[in-house]
Design a protein around this ligand. Structure first.
Ligand code: FES
Length: 367
């Protein structure tokens, strides 16, 4: 019923002319066809009805990678030792935990290594429990299910004869994870890049050892030493025609976006790990069909947030309207769809994504 996700990310066109590079779309379509023909050993995961192509993986390594021990890196291999689906820098996977929770993590290993995936998880005290479960229950040898990689933050690399822009990476805290593989890719290609890596203090920064091999291309900005990073500190020395990739807390991304509004010469790419604020929200109600329970969704709240208050085990992952893991069927009411991740047939069947979509009145949910 649901369309499978492509397991290869199509990078953006190097000049930003097209959202996806047309040639690479052809290549990946061909690859998908081949992979379908080979019947790669994975099974669709029923989850909430969304086919996200999960497969079994085993934890093969675990390492603390921040001085304050708040970040653990976990390495996975496919069960049975077969090659893992390919991925490109900036990709992420969904991890289904034993508790049933699904969380997304950027791949931060080497895309050329088909035998292993690596992710890094920062412990979030007082969070909804996903990071604590990852820290506490995933020892070496543990089994879990992970999805094929998807890439919502692809690195655009110019091809033969194209201009080579200078790339400025800006990472805030655990936002280093999708960027780390990009550094290796650009380094291998001999493209010019630099990174400003921001954190509250030195001990909180993950992967300092790995980054040290890049020398003075890496500038560390610490809140407790340098103050909160200003747009001038992050972008003041930016060359004309640069590309900027940012991953970090929403205020950092928003500050960079505003600062670059006056720089049409600069390509801007970003990825957020948390939900975007609700825009043009109006209060509405939801009713759970199985119990008749009524839920009010405040104007500044997502439907998912309101649902989680009464159903803490509701499935979700990205909270940004692209992974579809939160999809719920609506039995009655008008949906204000604010995502294009569902295909027309799914929308017609009444599915909606409560992490971003809303209603002008009241929705009865098939829950
Ligand atoms: S949580 Fe990903 S689409 Fe809703």
């Amino acid at each position: 019923m649901f369309t499978r996700y492509r397991n290869l990310a199509v990078p953006a066109h190097a000049y930003g002319k097209y959202r996806r590079d047309p040639l690479m779309m052809l290549v990946t379509a061909g690859y998908d066809l081949l992979q379908w023909a080979e019947g790669f050993a994975s099974t669709p995961d029923p989850g909430n009805g969304i086919d996200t192509d999960f497969f079994d993986a085993i934890v093969t390594d675990r390492a603390v990678v921040a001085g304050d021990t708040s970040v653990v890196a976990l390495t996975f291999a496919a069960h049975g030792g077969v090659d893992l689906p390919p991925w490109s820098a900036g990709a992420h996977v969904d991890v289904r935990l034993n508790s049933g929770a699904v969380r997304q993590y950027s791949l931060c290993g080497d895309p050329a290594d088909r035998g292993r995936y690596r992710i890094a998880v920062r412990l979030v005290p007082g969070g909804r429990g996903g990071s604590a479960e990852m820290h506490e229950s995933l020892a070496v040898g543990a089994m879990l299910r992970i999805s094929r990689p998807r890439n919502a933050f692809p690195l655009a690399v110019g091809g033969f004869g194209q201009r080579v822009p200078t790339v400025r990476f800006i990472a805030g805290g655990i936002g280093i994870t999708p960027i780390l593989p990009m550094l290796g890719v650009l380094d291998r290609l001999g493209m010019p890049w630099s990174i400003i890596y921001c954190g509250r203090d030195l001990e909180s920064l993950a992967f300092r050892d790995e980054l040290s091999c890049f020398g003075d291309k890496v500038v560390v900005h610490l809140d407790d030493r340098d103050g909160i990073a200003t747009p001038d500190a992050l972008l003041g020395d930016l060359d004309i025609g640069s590309a900027v990739y940012v991953c970090g807390p929403p205020p950092m991304i928003d500050a960079v976006r505003c600062a670059l509004a006056e720089r049409p010469d600069v390509e801007f790419h970003y990825e957020r790990f948390s939900a975007a604020p609700v825009v043009d929200g109006r209060e509405f109600r939801m009713r759970l069909a199985s119990t008749g329970e009524e839920i009010t969704v405040r104007a500044d709240q997502t439907a998912l947030g309101a649902l989680l208050d009464v159903r803490p085990n509701a499935t979700y992952s990205c909270r940004q309207g692209f992974c579809r893991s939160c999809a719920v069927r609506v039995l009655d009411g008008t949906i204000d769809h604010r995502s294009t991740a569902l295909n027309p047939a799914e929308s017609e069947q009444g599915y909606f994504l409560p992490c971003v979509s809303r209603s002008p009145d009241c929705l009865t949910l098939d829950l």
